[in-house]
Design a protein around this ligand. Structure first.
Ligand SMILES: Nc1nc2c(c(=O)[nH]1)N[C@H]1C(S)=C(S)[C@@H](COP(=O)(O)O)O[C@H]1N2
Ligand SMILES: [Mo]
Length: 376
């Protein structure tokens, strides 16, 4: 081995990701091979599937940091509830199913959705706009088991742990996240065993996951097998080493939590295979889309711009507190090349920026969705 080995062989890579991790730096231009590999393991939702109120299982976006664990059946699965509780518990799936059940329609979105739109981007999963989906999630409110365990009064954080583990920037960890007790006790935070009425698929957390409605997806821990009541703030890698909004490396940052207001459209017409640009016939065209915001805040307005001129779209009724809202816009397409864009505003008056705002990790990018269209 030696002098003639190609530059990218493992032997000649100066950094070993487990013991001597290379610091990642922002990048521009073509995707790195690592980003392409991540984009092949994870996937977004096909934009044309925005027509569905509820995303068919399998078309929901997917984001896994590590390997999908092999869980052959649900019968032997146990959820441990420990830490500072009156009664530590071990709960089976049957017990969770025998507690009061609740089904919520929830739009889930990855905090990294839109990262690839940034001019200088953090090398990670290179999402365009599509890390989003809406499902009917069934399970029992988490507080039903927390109340049974009895949280001690000095608990400040409740951590949730999946069985998947790996490394990130030299730090070995299982995927874990935490919530403050007040959030964990919220009636809509669920221990979920079913997605659209079927048991969870392996990649979506079979047999048990958390769903935190209104928050970006990182809070909704999959393959959940342990809950710990903590008397100190939880410092797991996914809690404090990632998912922080930061303007610069020295910025202490703000933890990522609720979903920011956003809208997407079904690209009209038919695509060019390679560029995915659109061809539309001249005449009336109805553009369909969805809009959503976080924390159960309703969307109050959607606008569509044709070549930069904004006009209001019509909104469907609110379908469910945490689910996206449908909208339509009638466009009289005239021959030529056009740029369509859509923008939502929520009840708090929050709206989407026209251009993406820089964030170090590429989190919370909610810039307007733009689609190039040729009309013939
Ligand atoms: N155990 C575990 N839970 C996890 C993750 C993970 O990698 N491991 N990814 C999180 C992230 S970042 C997101 S966006 C959602 C994605 O959920 P989905 O793949 O079911 O769409 O799961 C979250 N829960
Ligand atoms: Mo995510």
């Amino acid at each position: 081995m030696g002098a003639n080995a190609p530059k990218n062989e493992r032997m000649t890579v100066p950094h070993n990701p487990f013991f001597d991790p290379a610091p990642r730096t922002h990048t521009e231009g073509p995707y790195l091979r690592e980003e392409v590999y991540l984009a092949n393991r994870n996937h977004g939702m096909l934009l044309e599937m925005l027509r569905h109120d509820v995303t068919p299982v399998g078309l929901h976006y997917l984001l896994n940091h590590f390997d999908v664990p092999y869980v052959p059946n649900a019968e032997t699965w146990r959820l441990e509830i420990g830490g500072k509780v009156a009664t530590p518990l071990t709960v089976s799936l049957d017990e969770i199913r025998s507690l009061p059940q609740k089904t919520l329609r929830v739009t889930l979105e990855c905090a990294g959705s839109g990262r690839a739109l940034l001019q200088s981007r953090w090398p990670s999963m290179p999402w365009m706009h599509t890390a989003v989906g809406t499902s009917e999630w069934t399970g029992t409110p988490l507080r039903n088991v927390l109340e049974r365990a009895g949280l001690a009064p000095d608990v400040v954080d409740i951590s949730f742990h999946g069985i998947d583990s790996g490394f990130d920037r030299g730090s070995e960890h299982e995927f874990g996240r935490s919530l403050k007790p007040s959030m964990a006790m919220h009636e809509d935070v669920l221990l979920v065993h079913a997605m659209n009425g079927q048991p969870l698929l392996p990649q979506h957390g079979f047999p048990l996951r958390l769903i935190v409605p209104g928050w970006y997806g990182m809070a909704s821990v999959k393959w959940l097998n342990r809950i710990e009541a903590q008397t100190q703030p939880y410092r797991g890698h996914q809690q404090v080493g990632s998912y922080i909004y930061k303007a610069s490396a020295s910025d202490p940052g703000v933890p990522v939590s609720h979903i920011r207001v956003k809208s997407l459209m079904v690209p009209p017409g038919i695509p060019d295979w390679f560029t995915q640009e659109r061809l539309v016939e001249a005449g009336p065209v109805t553009i369909h889309g969805r809009a959503w915001s976080g924390n159960g805040v309703p969307v109050t307005k959607v606008e569509v711009a044709v070549d930069g001129t904004w006009a209001e779209a019509s909104l469907d009724p609110v379908a469910a507190k945490y689910a996206w809202r449908g909208w339509q816009f009638n466009w009289k397409a005239v021959r030529g090349e056009h740029e369509l864009a859509c923008r939502a505003t929520d009840a708090n008056g929050e709206t989407q920026p026209i251009e993406p705002m820089f964030d170090r990790g590429g989190f919370g990018t909610n810039a307007v969705h733009k689609v190039r269209v040729t009309v013939r």
